[in-house]
Design a protein around this ligand. Structure first.
Ligand code: PRT
Ligand code: MG
Length: 213
C-alpha cells in the first residue's frame, strides 16, 4: 500500500521534514538540488510529490496524493469538496494583511467611504474581508509581486501574506490591517482515509504529536 504525500518546495517542505522525521520518515532526495518531482523516502511505501503550493489541495482532492500540507490561505481560496482537514500543523506561520503605500491615508479613505482598488492573489479572502467591513472595493487579481501594485498606481492597497514585514518595508509599504493568522494544515483525501486507514492514522498521529504548539 503506497502513501503519497504532496508538498510544495520551500518553506512547507522544510518545515514538514521534522514532522516526517518524528514519524520515522526520512526523505532521501533534496528538492533544491534534484530535479525530480517524486522523492523517495527510507520507507519504500511512502513517497513525496512536489507540486505548486496552490495545487496541493487539487492533488489531494482528486487522489493524485493521499495527503498533503497546504496553507490556510491556499485552502480558503480553493473551493473543493472531498478534503478532510484533520490537523493544523502550526508551521509556515504568517498573517494575511492589508498594506498600503506609507503616504496613503487608509483610515481616511475608509472613513470617507471611497471606493478602493485592491490588488491581490487572494481575491476570495479579500472580498470577504472588505464585505464584512462594508468597504467597497474593486479587486484586481495578481499572481505575484503584489507589493509593486501600490507603487505603480495599479492599486491603493494590497492583501498579501506578511511574515517578518521586511518585504513591505523594503517597498515603503505599511501594514494597516491584519485579516487573519495563517498556518499550514494537513489535508487528507476522504477515500484514501477509508482505504488506507491504518497507515494514514499513524502518520496523522505522529504529525499531531510533533507539530509545534
Ligand atoms: O512561490 P509560489 O508561487 O510557487 O507559491 P507560493 O508563494 O504559494 O508558495 P510558498 O512556498 O512561497 O508559500 C507556501 C505557503 O507558505 C503559503 O501558502 C503560506 O501559507 C506560507 N507562508 C508563510 C508564506 C509566507 N510565510 C510568506 N512570507 N507565503 C508567502 N510569503 C511571502 C509573502 O507573499 C511576501 O511576498 O513572503 C513575503 C513576505 O515575507 P516577509 O518575511 O518579508 O514579511
Ligand atoms: Mg512564494
Amino acid at each position: 500500500m503506497t502513501i503519497t504525500l504532496a508538498l510544495s518546495k520551500g518553506r512547507i517542505f522544510e518545515e514538514t521534514l521534522p514532522l516526517l522525521r518524528a514519524a520515522g520518515i526520512e526523505v532521501l532526495e533534496d528538492p533544491e538540488t534534484s530535479r525530480k518531482l517524486i522523492l523517495t523516502t527510507n520507507q519504500p511505501e511512502v513517497r513525496v510529490v512536489l507540486v505548486r503550493a496552490s495545487d496541493v489541495p487539487t492533488y489531494v482532492q482528486y487522489g493524485g496524493a493521499d495527503l498533503g500540507v497546504a496553507g490556510r490561505d491556499v485552502l480558503l481560496e480553493h473551493d473543493g469538496e472531498g478534503l478532510y482537514q484533520p490537523l493544523d500543523l502550526n508551521i509556515a506561520r504568517c498573517r494575511m494583511s492589508v498594506a498600503v503605500r506609507d503616504d496613503f491615508d487608509y483610515a481616511a479613505a475608509v472613513k470617507q467611504g471611497s471606493r478602493l482598488r485592491v490588488a491581490t492573489k487572494y481575491t476570495s479572502i479579500a472580498r470577504d474581508h472588505f464585505a464584512d467591513k462594508g468597504v467597497h472595493v474593486d479587486l484586481i487579481k495578481l499572481y505575484g509581486s503584489m507589493e509593486l501594485a501600490p507603487l505603480t498606481g495599479l492599486a491603493d492597497a494590497i492583501v498579501d501574506l506578511v511574515s517578518t514585514g521586511s518585504t513591505l518595508k523594503a517597498n515603503r509599504l505599511v501594514e494597516v490591517e491584519r485579516i487573519m493568522d495563517i498556518s499550514s494544515r494537513l489535508v487528507v483525501n476522504q477515500a484514501a482515509l477509508k482505504l488506507k486507514r491504518e497507515p494514514l492514522r499513524r502518520l496523522i498521529d505522529a504529525f499531531a504529536s510533533a507539530s509545534p504548539k
